[in-house]
Write a protein that binds this ligand. Sequence first.
Ligand code: ADP
Length: 255
Amino acid sequence: YDFDKYILVVEDLYKYFGGIRAVDGVSLRVPRRSIIGLIGPNGSGKTTLFNVVAGLYKPDKGRIIFDGVDIAGRKPHEIYKLGLIRTFQNPRLWTSLTVFENVLGAAENRKGENIAGALFQRLWEGQERKLAGEALDWIDFVELSSVDHMLPLNISGGQMKLAELARALMARAKLLLLDEPSAGVNPTLARRIFEGIERLRSEYGLTFLIIEHRLEILFDFVDYVYVMHRGKIVAEGKPEEVAENPVVLDIYLGG
Ligand code: ADP
């Protein structure tokens, strides 16, 4: 493979749960600086695929090459440190820390500094000042400046998603696996989230693989789409091709 071209190559990947073939021989490629959609009906294996790629589950078989390194079976934090970062449908934030502290804490991914420890002790010195500025810049980027002093409990679900995205950016993500970035978010904010994704690609060179059920929004932003059904990739192509593919219409209508 041309690893200069592809930041992620998944090859013949399998993950069974007992008799359930959640991921059943999946191969896909994600070019650098691309925005790729991963769609399919409920239970088709999308989340399991994300979890295997991010290291939460070990694959039964297959290769996962991220940035030229085979990461199959590696621990989640190792994969995270390499810059492959997965976000969750229900964002995972530190509940006792403010939005700002949550974002700043993600800098811990870099150089192995114990930022979180320093935060809990409220220790503030020079190095942190620079990181703090960077955290504020990412918070500004995701338009959360007005709530940066608030606890996750007191912001909206959409804002939590944006805070989680800012954490990933602070952690120097190269490839983001986004699990339904627009779920539970109003259409205007959903579009703003995707516009932010587009800017992160064009201005920062980031790459995205996105699970999304709202195809009418997703298809306006992605370069290419993979369609899963019963653990397999059953169709792929440009959004306009996938939208007209009879196989895709059939699985969405017929189940
Ligand atoms: P999707 O994200 O497309 O909705 P999932 O990956 O969540 O699909 O699920 C694919 C299949 O794997 C489903 O049949 C689901 O019930 C099963 N599955 C997912 N996670 C587990 C698990 N931890 N244990 C057992 N079965 C699971």
